[in-house]
Ligand binder design. Structure first.
Ligand code: MF3
Ligand code: CO
Ligand code: CO
Length: 256
């Protein structure tokens, strides 16, 4: 399969979907406090997408997944399943990942939340992982290579003595949720395909405090670190523009 290049009109629609996905994270932020369950957070997001945004939560029914968000706590790397039994407590770090479909187009984004008062080592993991995302985004422009993104992320993570998860990656996105190319969060500059104006993909680095290895739990979804240490992730959907990039899922709390 070839990598699809979106027209200006397509990107206008991606921008709408991206904005809605970003708005879900903005909307849910004040609810992320000690005492709430990830199941309740999921229900709030579902209702907002369906009733307020009149859009579709892409995760529902995706390969048999039943929830609207992925809610990944502490040592969970990604794909944590929301549950009323998982109640947030002060000191937790939580990733909420949501994808909205509007008019047939997808917007996929995630952010980390520091619940209550967190340990400095967790605050640092969350901050450095966000920097990894931005460093990956900043190298995007026509003529740059996919490997430049992975290299920028890996360099920053390892400089901070963290490891990059290799088992999951970013992806092309459009009318299809996950399409080509695979966007690796590690690698060599100058390798891989050359970026072209109109390509749309996610960058979603998963960064571990300990080693890079992951395991999938018996529920078939939840991905945890093998060594039990914490992991963080941030995700944006971006498009390649004439001279750089546009972050289609940018929130108002971001300075980039
Ligand atoms: N949103 C995730 C991604 O970034 C995929 C979640 S699939 C689900 O690609 F089924 F677990 F929701
Ligand atoms: Co994604
Ligand atoms: Co996602």
């Amino acid at each position: 399969m070839k990598i699809s290049v979106k027209s200006k009109n397509d990107i206008d629609k991606m921008r709408v979907a991206g904005k809605l996905a970003a708005e879900v994270l903005e909307m849910i932020s004040p609810h992320v406090v000690p005492g709430i369950s990830t199941g309740e957070l999921d229900e709030i997001c579902f209702n907002h997408i369906v009733n307020v945004q009149k859009a579709i939560p892409a995760n529902v029914g995706y390969n048999g997944y039943e929830k609207t968000i992925c809610a990944s706590l502490n040592q969970v790397i990604c794909h944590g399943i929301p549950s009323n039994e998982k109640v947030l407590k002060s000191g937790d770090i939580l990733n909420i990942d949501v994808t909205v479909v509007k008019d047939g187009w997808h917007g996929d984004t995630s952010k980390m939340f520091l619940v209550g008062k967190c340990a400095p080592h967790n605050e640092r993991l969350v901050k450095v992982t966000q920097e990894c995302l931005y460093k990956g985004i900043e190298v995007v422009k026509p003529g740059a290579f996919l490997g430049d993104i992975g290299n920028a992320i890996q360099t920053h993570a390892e400089k901070n003595h963290y490891s990059v998860v290799e088992d999951y990656c970013g992806h092309g996105i459009g009318t299809v949720y996950h399409e080509e190319p695979q966007v690796l969060h590690y690698g060599k500059a100058g390798t891989g395909i050359k970026l072209k104006e109109g390509m749309c993909f996610t960058i979603e680095p998963m960064i571990n405090q300990g080693r890079k290895f992951s395991k999938v739990l018996k529920d078939g979804w939840t991905v945890e670190t093998k060594d039990g240490r914490n992991s963080a992730q941030w995700e944006h959907t971006i498009s390649v523009t004439k001279d750089g990039y546009e972050i289609l899922t940018k929130r108002s709390d971001e300075y980039v």
